[in-house]
Write a protein that binds this ligand. Structure first.
Ligand code: SF4
Length: 418
């Protein structure tokens, strides 16, 4: 609906909020109204109105996957993950928080009550009972009017800030907005866009394999720790990471989404590829509902050839190290049923059902080629993925380093390649 994203530069973390600007935080999962708020906040009328009220501009920021939606298409910087939604309000600088559906804390209204923040719900199923919450139900027939109303409300609220504004001065640069199409372009250029360059580097071993690391933040672990330890261990072992959701937001706030990261954290093979092509070792592919992009990219890898005939043959795996949403289970099963080995972190509530657990962890592999697994320790989690990748490399016969042979014309003709 809103077009295929293309890579762009932005920033991440609470430090994107600005003390001298009207700060509007967009939170939830549906990009429809937030697209309109992005448009409304850039109009001359709104910018003039903000100046009239003493602000130097309007700063938008995102939380959760609405953050990823407006990041990947407009470069709006995310203020944080699922677990940072209350923190955005307690900066004292959040003039309005607009929420739609899913991952919205029940306590948000109570936190907003302690500050000047206007909390605005926009979807009937996200309505809250507390009297400080304003409900402006989104309707596509008057989307722009609703967006203008919300932006104006935030501007009016700028003058009501308390004295204690504390915005943590931390933010990182990030490159986000990768898609199936842009990976093709980055690897082959406009005229020779192809996934074969990626396959070639997997076959020659510079890239050991692929891992889709996705999903939520879990309040039962230290913020972002499982994501970051896992991703660093994977890229250190030459595994290219494709990321979405709060996992991608975590990687952004920890500075893992820039091409320069490769020289610091990657194994030599992956670092060489990232440096040559100019991509980060962790590719941000969108929100948690964009996981289909990871499977489509994997399908392109199969189609490009040389790595088997099906997703189940690829040296690849999926992971949700801090999952907490039921939706993560559905997405995980979608990957397993597509032939992917999927490892969840933290805990799977299966110990009371050993027969079913065996079905998910073992028997499914015989049906789909993919199966479930669980490993709470992020380093062991990474090595389960790496062991699976190495098993697939062996099955494909690409587990041994090969001498590079420079071929002359006669050699090429002998192979039937003119
Ligand atoms: S990744 Fe999980 S926590 Fe984050 S926005 Fe999506 S469902 Fe919510």
């Amino acid at each position: 609906m809103f077009g295929t994203p293309t890579p762009l530069q932005s920033e991440a973390n609470l430090g994107i909020m600005k003390e001298d600007h009207v700060n509007i935080i967009l939170h939830g999962h549906e990009p429809v109204l937030s697209e309109m708020i992005v448009a409304a906040s850039q109009t001359k009328d709104m910018l003039d109105y903000a100046k009239e009220k003493g602000a130097n501009g309007i700063q938008l920021g995102g939380i959760c996957c609405t953050a990823n939606e407006i990041l990947q298409r407009h470069g709006v910087p995310p203020a944080g993950t699922f677990l940072q939604q209350e923190l955005a309000i307690i900066t004292g600088a959040c003039d309005a928080m607009v929420v739609d559906v899913q991952c919205v804390f029940q306590a948000l209204a109570n936190v907003a009550k302690c500050f000047h923040t206007k909390l605005i719900t926009t979807h009937p199923i996200a309505k809250m009972e507390q009297d400080n919450v304003i409900h402006i139900e989104f309707d596509e027939h008057h989307a722009m009017e609703d967006a203008v109303k919300i932006v104006r409300m935030a501007i009016d609220n700028f003058t009501k800030r308390g004295a204690d504004v504390v915005i943590p001065p931390y933010k990182e640069t990030q490159i986000a907005g990768f898609s199936v199409e842009s990976i093709k372009y980055h690897l082959g250029g406009t005229f020779r866009g192809t996934y074969y360059t990626l396959n070639d580097n997997i076959i020659n071993g510079r890239i050991r394999g692929l891992a889709g690391v996705v999903g939520c933040n879990n309040a039962r672990t230290k913020h972002n720790e499982e994501h970051i330890m896992l991703v660093k261990e994977l890229i250190k072992n030459d595994v290219l990471v494709l990321s979405t959701g709060c996992s991608a937001l975590a990687c952004g706030t920890h500075g893992l989404l820039t091409p320069e990261t490769a020289a610091v954290y990657c194994g030599p093979g992956l670092a060489e590829v990232c440096e040559t092509v100019g991509i980060p070792p962790v590719l941000h592919l969108g929100s948690c509902v964009d996981n289909s992009r990871i499977l489509l990219a994997a399908t392109e890898v199969v189609k490009a050839g040389g790595l088997g005939n099906d997703l189940r043959d690829l040296p690849a795996a999926g992971s949700a190290p801090e999952w907490m949403s039921e939706k993560a289970i559905a997405i995980g099963q979608y990957f397993v049923a597509s032939g992917v080995y999927v490892v969840f972190g933290y805990h799977m509530p299966l110990d009371g059902a050993p027969v079913f657990k065996n079905h998910l962890y073992n028997e499914l592999e015989g049906i789909y080629g993919g199966k479930w697994d669980c490993e709470p320790d992020p380093i062991k989690h990474a090595h389960k993925i790496i062991a699976h990748i190495d098993k697939k490399r062996k099955e494909l016969g690409i587990d041994k380093a090969r001498e590079r042979v420079l071929m002359d014309m006669a050699d090429r003709q002998a192979l039937g390649m003119e």
